[in-house]
Design a protein. Structure first.
Length: 180
């Protein structure tokens, strides 16, 4: 799937795996490696970077629409299935499996009420404690959760207990990774 592209405008990218924000200038040649969940993994002469959906046009792509149409329950609360669907749009830029199927999401809870607003709390982990992309992945998850109708606030917390291991990957995830 690798395709060579040239940036048509300046963008701010997230360096992989450090998670640092880095400017990439118009005219930079990039190799497009992955287009999953509305973000793009590209490679330059200086390493791997993640581009957000808002920068799809800079590499000649059309950003996918990940808005959630109708996803509230009768009382106005966000539909938990819609939240899980949004979490399935979040990817580690180095792994072509979403964070839910990777087994990185430990819990998702909706609290609050229609008057004060509904909050979604997510506890997740990473495949390795040294992963510098953790904050970027958590921020991506938070942004996608906030697109769900009825969600007024979201908190995505990274935890290391229990430690992640490959047995936590779903059957679908294992198939995508060639583990079964």
């Amino acid at each position: 799937m690798q395709r060579e592209r040239t940036l048509s405008r300046d963008v701010t990218a997230t360096q992989i795996p450090s998670g640092e924000k880095t400017p990439l200038l118009a005219g930079t040649s990039v190799m497009l490696h992955q287009t999953l969940g509305g973000s793009y993994t590209v490679q330059t002469d200086f390493g791997l970077f993640r581009l957000d959906a808002k920068d799809a046009d800079a590499i000649g792509e059309e950003a996918a629409d990940h808005s959630v149409k109708s996803a509230t329950l009768a009382d106005g609360a966000p539909d938990p299935e819609a939240v899980w669907a949004q979490l399935r749009l979040v990817f580690d830029p180095e792994i072509p499996v979403n964070i839910v199927d990777l087994g990185l999401v430990y819990s998702m809870d909706v609290s609050g009420d229609a008057t004060a607003g509904y909050k979604v709390d997510v506890a997740m982990t990473l495949t390795a404690p040294g992963c510098g992309m953790g904050p970027a992945i958590a921020e991506d998850a938070k942004g996608k959760i906030l697109l769900v109708p009825g969600v007024a606030a979201a908190d995505v917390r990274i935890t290391w207990e229990p430690p992640w291991n490959q047995s936590m990957i779903s059957e679908e995830g294992k198939m995508k990774l060639g583990l079964i």
